[in-house]
Design a protein around this ligand. Structure first.
Ligand SMILES: [Zn+2]
Length: 281
């Protein structure tokens, strides 16, 4: 058996159903239970998916970490954190290396699914090998403040990045000798934050994702199991068109597993078992 995983950040179960996205809804699909997380933020949830551990055990509980290890050590102390908060109010310091990035599991010394399976490929997976795209993150904030000036450029950049990610995934999927492969896109999260209430824009985004999954499904050989997974969904933020993280995620499997609102940590054992590996042995 082989397992292909697509991490779809912020994919919302209610929208998948509403838009009746046939490829996203595989043989089994539903919501995941995120009740173990105090705060619904992206990095800790992906780290839990990859390690099968709650955030207090894998150690990633924050959204960002300082790029410099020295600054990170300093910010782990309460005095250091206060001092850094005060001085980094000045954005000029960014150019002096006072920058943040995503936290990584390898800095915590914890094993992931990729460490158990030989011939593993992880493409742009958060907390494993994905780095913060500062340009896109800044552009998203700019487009929230001034949609007229930056909205179009933001959308184009999100889609350009998505299609590059899709191509990178398909190339490995079709050409490499893999047993476990995981690809990822931030597209549904970014567009969901800015346009959750604009159903035309959301439909377009979900249809593009559905096509991608359709390509994967139709070119998958019989020994390939496909898991689609989101860290969290996206709910409407009050009476605006903006979205914010919902407190459940989405999963969809090409094989019936009979799960009922699984926790995101449950997939660790499910994936390894499917690949004939016992992490506890
Ligand atoms: Zn997320």
């Amino acid at each position: 058996m082989r397992v292909a995983i697509l991490g779809l950040d912020g994919l919302e179960y209610e929208l998948v159903k509403k838009f009746n996205m046939k490829n996203l809804m595989q043989k089994e699909y539903g919501i995941t239970d995120l009740g173990d997380f105090d705060e619904i933020i992206t990095p800790p949830i992906w780290a839990s998916f990859l390690t099968g551990l709650p955030s207090e055990k894998h150690g990633i509980q924050e959204m960002y970490k300082w790029e410099s290890n020295l600054l990170q050590k300093l910010s782990d102390t309460s005095v250091g954190m206060k001092w850094l908060k005060r001085i980094t109010k000045s954005s000029k310091l960014k150019h002096l290396g006072f920058r943040k990035t995503y936290p990584l599991i390898r800095d915590k010394g914890v094993k992931t699914i990729f460490d158990y399976i030989s011939r593993s490929f992880a493409i742009n997976v958060p907390t494993y090998n994905r780095h913060l795209d500062r340009y896109l993150a800044d552009l998203r904030r700019a487009s929230l403040k001034n949609p007229r000036a930056f909205g179009e450029r933001f959308e184009k950049c999100v889609y350009d990045k998505f299609f590059a990610e899709k191509n990178e995934f398909m190339k490995v999927f079709l050409e490499k000798d893999w047993t476990l492969l995981m690809g990822y896109t931030l597209m549904p999260d970014y567009l969901g934050h800015n346009y959750r209430g604009n159903l035309t824009k959301m439909w377009e985004a979900y249809a593009i994702l559905d096509d991608f999954v359709g390509d994967v499904r139709s070119s998958a050989q019989d020994d390939v199991r496909i898991l689609l997974i989101s860290d969290h969904g996206m709910k409407l933020l009050g009476k605006t068109i903006y979205g914010d993280h919902s407190d459940y995620g989405f999963y969809s499997t090409s094989k019936v597993l009979g799960l009922n609102q699984p926790k995101i940590t449950d997939f660790f054992d499910i994936i390894l078992k499917e690949l004939g590996c016992d992490a506890k042995a």
